[in-house]
Design a binder for this molecule. Structure first.
Ligand code: HGY
Ligand code: MN
Ligand code: MN
Length: 425
C-alpha cells in the first residue's frame, strides 16, 4: 500500500524512509510515469530537491544547494560552525531504476536527523545530510561528479562543463537552466577540516545479506572501477551483396569482443573481478546494412586495484587482436578511474559496536558497487552500512527493501552517532 505524503509522519523512521523512496518513484520525481528515471539536472531532480528541502527545514536543518546541484541540509551541533558528520548518498538513478539505490541512504539520514530534532538533541559536531545529484553518470558520460567535486578530486572543470548528454545538451547549459552558475563549479570542493567523517547507508545491491538472513552489514571497502567507451570502425556495406569473407563488420567485431571480455572476467571471478558491456550502439543501424561503426561501454571492477589494471590491459590487448584480425579499427576512451576505497577501520568499528548493542552480528562485506563514499574518502574517514534488498536485485524496478530492515538501519545509525559522540568527548 503506497503511503501518501500527508500521513508519512505517523510511520516509524525506517518505514518513513522507505515510503519517501516510494513517493520518489513516480512523477514529478521521475522523468516518466512508465519507469523510474531521475537523471542529473533533468526536471525530476529539482522536484526531488524541493521536497527534500521542505523535509530538511522541518527537521531544523539549514539548507544550501552547492554549485553542482548537491543539496546539503545542516543540523547544527552545540557550537555553531563545528565540523560535520556528513551522511549522504545520491538521488539520481539509472534508467528504469529501483526506488532505493541512493535515495534510501538520503531518506535514512533524514529519519535520523528528524529523531535528533524531535528530541531537541545537539551534538559536539554538526550533521550534514547530502543528496548528491550525479552518482550514476546516467545522463553525462562521467559519474560521481557531485561527490568527486565535493572531495576536490576534479581539476579540469572545463571538460566537465563540456560534457554532453545523448541529446547534445552540455552540462554547463544544463546547470544554467537549473539556475546554477557553471563558472562557480570549483566552489563545490569542501575544506577537509570541515568534515569530521562520512557515513553512507545503501542497499547492498547483492545477495550476501539475504543469504546470511541478516538485515544489515558493515562494508569493508569499495571495489576499484575503470570505465571505457570502446569504438570499432569497419566499413558499412550491403547486407545482400557483400561476401562474408570481404566484410569489415564493426558489429560482429564488437560481438566477438564482448564474449571474449566475458570469458576473461569469468577466469578472474574467483578474485572478485567483474567486467560488463552494458550498452552498445551501431551505425547506421539498419537491417540490410553491415554496421560500419559501433560503440560500446566497458566497465571493469576488482577489489584489488592491481588486478583491475592487469585485467584492463589484457582485455584491451585481446580486443585489439580481434579487431586487427577482422581488419576493423578500434579506439579506447577512458571515462572513469576509481581506485579501491577501503572503509575507515575505526569508524567501521563504531558501526560494528552499534550492531553489537542491537544483538546483531558485525557481518562484514565488500562493495562491488561504486558509491559516493569512495570519493568522500579522499577528505574524511568513511564508513558504509549495507541494508538487505530482496534477492540482491538492483538497477531494476524490482528493487525492494523491508521497512523493518530500514528501522534497524536508523537505529544502527543513531547508535553510531552516539558512539561517535562518545569518541569525540
Ligand atoms: O555503478 C555503480 O556501481 C553505481 O551504481 N553507480
Ligand atoms: Mn546505482
Ligand atoms: Mn547507488
Amino acid at each position: 500500500m503506497e503511503t501518501a505524503l500527508s500521513n508519512i509522519e505517523v510511520l516509524s523512521p525506517g518505514a518513513r524512509a522507505v515510503a519517501r523512496c516510494d513517493i520518489f518513484g513516480k512523477p514529478p520525481y521521475s522523468e516518466t510515469p512508465a519507469m523510474l528515471t531521475r537523471r542529473f539536472l533533468t526536471p525530476a531532480h529539482p522536484a526531488a530537491i524541493a521536497s527534500l528541502q521542505r523535509w530538511m527545514r522541518k527537521a531544523d536543518m539549514s539548507v544550501t544547494l552547492d554549485p553542482l546541484g548537491n543539496l546539503i541540509g545542516r543540523y547544527e551541533g552545540n557550537t555553531a560552525g563545528a565540523p560535520a558528520l556528513v551522511i549522504g548518498s545520491h538521488i539520481d538513478t539509472v534508467r528504469d531504476a529501483g526506488r532505493y539505490d541512493g535515495a534510501l541512504g538520503v531518506m535514512l539520514g533524514l529519519s535520523c536527523i528528524e529523531q535528533l530534532a524531535a528530541a531537541k538533541r545537539r551534538l559536539p559536531f554538526a550533521i550534514e545530510l547530502v543528496a548528491f545529484g550525479d552518482e550514476e553518470g546516467s545522463r553525462f558520460p562521467s559519474a560521481m561528479i557531485g561527490s568527486r567535486a565535493m572531495a576536490g578530486l576534479i581539476s579540469d572543470y572545463a571538460s566537465i562543463a563540456a560534457l554532453e548528454d545523448e541529446d547534445g545538451v552540455m552540462l554547463a547549459d544544463a546547470l544554467e537552466r537549473f539556475g546554477l552558475d557553471p563558472s562557480s563549479m570549483s566552489g563545490t570542493a569542501r575544506a577537509p577540516e570541515s568534515v569530521l567523517a562520512y557515513l553512507e547507508a545503501h542497499i547492498e545491491q547483492g545477495p550476501q545479506l539475504e543469504a546470511e538472513d541478516l538485515a544489515l552489514g558493515v562494508v569493508t571497502g569499495i571495489a576499484a572501477q575503470l570505465r571505457f567507451r570502446v569504438s570499432f570502425t569497419g566499413t558499412a556495406g550491403h547486407a545482400g551483396t557483400t561476401p562474408m569473407g570481404l566484410r569489415q563488420d564493426a558489429l560482429a567485431c564488437a560481438a566477438e569482443a564482448i564474449l571474449a571480455i566475458e570469458e576473461m572476467a569469468r577466469q578472474q571471478a574467483v578474485h572478485g573481478a567483474v567486467a560488463t558491456v552494458g550498452s552498445i550502439d551501431a551505425k547506421p543501424g539498419a537491417a540490410n546494412v553491415i554496421a560500419g561503426e559501433t560503440g560500446m561501454s566497458l566497465d571493469i571492477r576488482a577489489l584489488d586495484g592491481t588486478l583491475r589494471d592487469e585485467m584492463a590491459r589484457h582485455m584491451m590487448s585481446c580486443i585489439a587482436d580481434i579487431a586487427a584480425r577482422r581488419n576493423v579499427g578500434v579506439e579506447f576512451e577512458q571515462l572513469q578511474d576509481l581506485p579501491p576505497s577501503p572503509c575507515d577501520p575505526a569508524l567501521s568499528g563504531l558501526l560494528e559496536e552499534a550492531l553489537g548493542e542491537m544483538g546483531l552480528p558485525p557481518f562484514r562485506l565488500a562493495s562491488g558497487a561504486g558509491h559516493d563514499a569512495a570519493a568522500l574518502a579522499a577528505i574524511a574517514p568513511m564508513a558504509m552500512l549495507f541494508i538487505r534488498c530482496a534477492g540482491g536485485i538492483s538497477h531494476n524496478p524490482a528493487e525492494a527493501v523491508d521497512p523493518a530492515d530500514a528501522d534497524l538501519a536508523v537505529e544502527a545509525m543513531l547508535r553510531f552517532i552516539d558512539r561517535l559522540e562518545a569518541s569525540t568527548a
